[in-house]
Design a protein around this ligand. Structure first.
Ligand code: ADP
Ligand code: MG
Length: 695
């Protein structure tokens, strides 16, 4: 099959719908999708039938409502198309009702207390803005997952709601700029996905990787990423074969995987798709992670999506490129050509600036997880302080506007927005600041803080909502203004003056920035337990309620789930560590000491007068380490036991961070010391050197 035939061949997309649906049904469905309306039952029934026939032709026997519960991964409940009929036999059936709405037992998915107040049942509802696709023998229908009272129990529902809010308020602004023809504004997202590929057989030997996704032990190898010889280096043939297969699988699913290259760390790679709407991009990113994990073993690899699989080696993130575009094809963050376009661009730009400054806490929370905490601020990823990078040109323009100064490409000129054209803003290539958490990159913002393993839903829920909220405020003001041009200018100038503290073009990894950020009054929330309490701050609840993205109740439930997840991750890591130390590491050290002691005894029997400085030193060293390890293991054990006594959940999370995690670090450092002196063949599992070399 040619690439053109392959691409989207397993997707019930617009082209398939146009070809297969009766013209009237297609027209209604298309409008429903384009304008974000609800689907009527008659149309659903025709669509369901057509979708079923198409899926069966492609070899599907089952269907599933594919959804994204709060676990961060996707869930499926498979049902067969087969319905028994009277007198034996069966027909293939799939009704409109089954397409639009499925039922599911919600009680085993995280719901943060919503379960106790509501029924355990949940339902799933087709999101017609995301196309159905076939995976294996199953037709997957992307759906939202809600409780019976309509409470969102998943990551798709709030994302769709936030897109609606953004659509609504962005359109209000656009109407003021004379765009009566625009029917829809959509958040667009292109998430770049980083990951590690390591040898499968080595992976299988490490319980820490298997159970927790990261190495809980590991001494520094003689060669790490010091030489920077991996970045954009040649691809190994086995890696190239893996990438080719991932691409092909993704293309069939309509995911436009585009670029692949090596990343900074050894064995680290990146995949970037071509951007699409925020909800499809989120679905596609979930599929991408799934496909990578599934394809890796076929090439003898394990794919690690954890944010920090190896200490001392760069971790993995997900760069969330975000913008807004209209159904008429206008990118709202594209600097314009005409004065009116410039005014509009600047208004959207300062809306983002204001939104980010006002809601630093929410952006930080949107990417908070135990895994991502290892990465943020570790001189490889932005710190836990939110700021925006605009680049020299744009900074100079904003400064000039604020001071009513003349600026155009170095020449003094009268500058008002809406009067003069702006100087060309170069699509940055060289001067891009790679240390910034949120960089304007020519016609979009690149949010670099999301972790590699997490769903990008929450980050986009937050960006969409906070920008929508500021646009709403701007629209309220402008709709009342008598002189729109003057009012836009006033808003732009005031916003720059009031929110410029969030703009920072320097090195975000430096210590100096931490001090400067503190002087500017910016939030610095290094750990998840530092950040999460802000989630249920009255400002944030009011914001999400105002934009109808979350109810207060949903936010409280999410807050609990986030805390619970954080504690679960650390607790699983601690238990895994105890298991490995007790069953593998302590026995290995004892075995090795015994080997040396026995060898020394034999030597002494053979040469009674010989000195044994090396053997003695080693055995002593091992013995010291062993007692240290044993002590630290006990301390960790006690700390883990004390978790049950900690309450409420925020105290549990703090206990995980301040006691359990510290105890884990203390234990790890002794084990890593031991790894440096124990013979390789005795050490129970492969070390960093082997793990980080692909043959
Ligand atoms: P890089 O950041 O590596 O230089 P690009 O700028 O080409 O690469 O794009 C990075 C990602 O940003 C890609 O996934 C791309 O599709 C996405 N992207 C480009 N334009 C937009 C946009 N308007 N909205 C959202 N994402 C976009
Ligand atoms: Mg990029």
């Amino acid at each position: 099959m040619s690439l053109q035939e392959t691409f989207g061949s397993l997707v019930f997309n617009d082209a398939v719908m146009r070809q297969r649906l009766p013209r009237e049904t297609y027209r209604i469905l298309h409008r429903t999708i384009a304008e974000g309306r609800t689907l009527n039952a008659e149309v659903a029934s025709v669509v369901a039938n057509t979708m079923k026939d198409w899926a069966i032709e492609k070899g599907a026997t089952h269907y599933t409502h594919w959804f994204q519960p709060m676990t961060g991964i996707t869930a499926e409940k498979h049902d067969s198309f087969l319905s028994p009929i009277e007198g034996g036999g069966a027909i293939m059936e799939f009704s409109g009702k089954e397409l639009v709405r499925g039922e599911s037992d919600a009680s085993s998915f995280p719901n943060g207390g919503l379960r106790s107040t509501f029924e355990a049942r949940g339902y799933t509802a087709w999101d017609p803005t995301s196309y159905a696709f076939i995976k294996g023998n199953t037709l997957c229908i992307p759906t939202a997952f809600c409780g019976y009272g309509g409470q969102a129990l998943d990551k798709k529902t709030p994302l769709l709601r936030s897109m609606q809010a953004l659509n609504h308020h962005a359109k209000r602004i656009l109407r003021l700029f004379g765009h009566q023809d625009i029917k829809k504004v959509t958040a667009t997202v292109g998430p770049e996905q980083e990951y590690f590929l390591i040898d499968r057989d080595l992976y299988e030997k490490r319980k820490d990787l298997i159970y927790t996704g990261r190495t809980l032990f590991g001494a520094r190898p003689p060669k790490g990423q010091e030489l920077d010889d991996h970045y954009f280096g040649n691809l190994k043939p086995r890696v190239a074969a893996f990438m080719r297969e991932v691409d092909e699988e993704l293309w069939k699913l309509g995911v436009s995987a585009k670029t692949e290259h090596n990343e900074a760390a050894p064995c680290q790679h990146e995949l970037a798709p071509i951007f699409t709407t925020a909800n499809i991009a989120t679905d596609h990113n979930q599929l991408t992670m799934e496909v990578m994990k599934r394809v890796a073993p076929k090439h003898g690899f394990a794919c690690l999506l954890h944010e920090k699989p190896f200490a001392g080696v760069n971790g993995s993130g997900k760069h969330n490129n975000w913008s807004m575009s209209t159904d008429t094809g206008m990118n709202l963050l594209e600097p314009g050509e005409t004065p009116a376009e410039n005014a509009q661009f600047l208004l959207f730009l300062v809306a983002v600036i204001k939104a980010v400054d006002l809601h630093q806490d929410l952006l930080r929370i949107s990417i908070a997880s135990a895994g991502n905490d290892h990465r943020l601020g570790a001189h490889e990823a932005p710190p836990a302080i939110i700021s925006i990078f605009l680049g020299d040109e744009l900074m100079a323009i904003l400064e000039a506007l604020e001071n009513h100064n003349a600026y155009v490409a170095g020449e003094r000129m009268e500058m008002n927005i809406g009067v003069k054209t702006l100087p060309k803003i170069p699509k940055d290539t060289t001067d891009r600041n790679r240390t910034s958490p949120l960089a304007f990159t020519g016609n979009k913002f690149e949010f670099r803080m999301p972790g590699s393993a997490m769903s990008i839903s929450e980050a986009n829920v937050v960006i969409n909502t906070i920008v929508a909220d500021v646009l709403a405020e701007f629209a309220d003001m402008l709709e009342k203004a008598s002189d729109i041009r003057a009012a836009v200018e006033q808003i732009v100038v005031d916003t720059i003056a009031n929110h410029k503290r969030i703009l920072f073009d320097g090195n975000n990894y430096s210590e100096a920035w931490k001090e400067e950020a503190a002087r500017r009054g910016l939030l610095n929330l290094p750990s998840t337990p530092d950040a999460l309490p802000y989630y249920i701050h009255p400002k944030n609840i009011a914001l999400f309620e105002r934009q109808r993205v979350y109810t207060s109740e949903e936010m409280h439930s999410r807050y609990e789930i986030l805390l619970e997840n954080y504690c679960k991750v650390i607790s699983i890591e601690a238990h895994t560590m105890l298991d490995i130390v007790n069953k593998e590491i302590i026995p290995a050290i004892i075995r090795y000491s015994r080997q040396i002691s026995e060898a020394a005894l034999a030597k002494r029997a053979f040469l009674p007068d010989v000195e044994l400085p090396c053997e003695e030193k080693l055995v002593k060293q091992l013995s010291l380490l062993l007692s240290g390890i044993s002590e630290k293991t006990e301390a960790l054990q006690e700390s883990v036991q004390a978790l049950d006594a900690a309450w409420p959940p925020l105290d549990q999370a703090r206990h995980c961070r301040d006691s359990i995690f510290q105890a884990m670090q203390a234990l790890r450092s002794l084990v890593d010391e031991a790894e440096m002196i124990v013979e390789e063949s005795v050490w129970p599992f492969p070390g960093y050197g082997a793990l980080l070399t692909t043959k």
